[in-house]
Design a protein around this ligand. Structure first.
Ligand code: 13P
Length: 287
């Protein structure tokens, strides 16, 4: 069974740790994340971007696969299936498909429009006991080879969005998706402290969890961050392990071409990355 992310994130906030959101792309990814969460006795959030949803042939396929896998693997830790950076239409599609949590990313709309759309989606999500994340201040990242620096959210705007009844809030504090460039200035902790004070203790979300030094992660958690998203780091460890397997060559001459064997080192590598993050975020043993 899937659960909304509200309770697990409130517990994380009160217990001063963070729950990891690990993005999934296929069956191997999903299995690796679920097994590692179970092994470490950690609550977990499976993130699905709109692109990954399309790749897996649609949100209904994803929801059916995840629900069945939680059941057949005998997963006992709380698992939320969450739409990552959803559009207005994508958010509605995930509510229909049976996701237990959604993110509506209205950060690119003028604030009044972000508020109107978030308000509508809060009502729809809560009518189905689905949790909802909203965003203020866009998270930068690489697009077409150009790395955009993340915006820093305005605490007053964060307070307005937090007041709409959302369950957790993503606020830009100079974090970006993908690898951080060499000239990155680090997270803006002054802004985070102001946002934390202005938003009445709502669990805060840190996107762009790949490559943030451990000390900054711990400081962010101490300032109200209760959910940390990781995607690129799993992709990098998967790709690197797969490359090594193929370069080793000899394996491919036996039965190594079998996709179950070919994808196994990558799946193992994802498990190692997820375990490391769960330990760093402090959620091990909290399920
Ligand atoms: P990274 O790809 O930088 O780990 O960020 C993931 C993320 O924030 C997904 O929303």
């Amino acid at each position: 069974m899937l659960v909304s992310a509200t309770e697990m994130l409130q517990k994380a906030r009160d217990g001063h740790y963070a729950v990891g959101q690990f993005n999934i792309n296929n069956l191997e990814w999903t299995k690796s994340v679920l097994l590692t969460a179970e092994e470490t006795k950690s609550p977990v959030i499976l993130g699905v971007s709109e692109g990954a949803g399309k790749y897996m042939t649609g949100f209904k396929t994803v929801a059916a696969m995840v629900k069945a896998m939680v059941d057949t693997l005998g997963i006992t830790v709380p698992v939320a299936l969450h739409l990552d950076h959803g559009t207005y239409e994508g958010s509605k599609a995930c509510l229909e498909a049976g996701f237990s949590s959604i993110m509506f990313d209205g950060s690119h709309y003028p604030i009044e429009e972000n508020i109107a759309k978030t308000t509508e989606l809060v009502a729809l999500a809560h009518a189905q006991s689905v949790s909802i994340e909203a965003e203020v201040g866009s998270i930068g990242g690489e697009e077409d080879g150009v790395v955009g620096m993340g915006e820093v959210a305005d605490p007053a705007e964060c307070a307005r969005i937090a007041g709409l009844g959302i369950d957790f809030l993503a606020a830009g504090i100079g974090n970006i998706h993908g690898k951080y460039p060499a000239n990155w200035k680090g997270l803006d902790f002054d802004a985070l402290a102001k946002i934390h004070n202005a938003t009445g203790g709502i669990p805060l979300v840190l996107h762009g969890g790949t490559g943030i030094p451990a000390g900054m992660i711990q400081k962010a958690i101490s300032l109200g961050v209760s959910k940390i998203n990781v995607n690129t780091e799993c992709q990098l460890s998967f790709a690197e392990a797969t490359r090594k397997y193929i370069e080793a060559g000899k394996d491919l001459q036996g039965k190594g071409f079998d996709p179950r064997k070919l994808l196994a080192p990558g799946a193992e590598a994802i498990r190692a990355t997820v375990r490391e993050k769960i330990e760093l975020f402090g959620s091990a043993g909290k399920a």
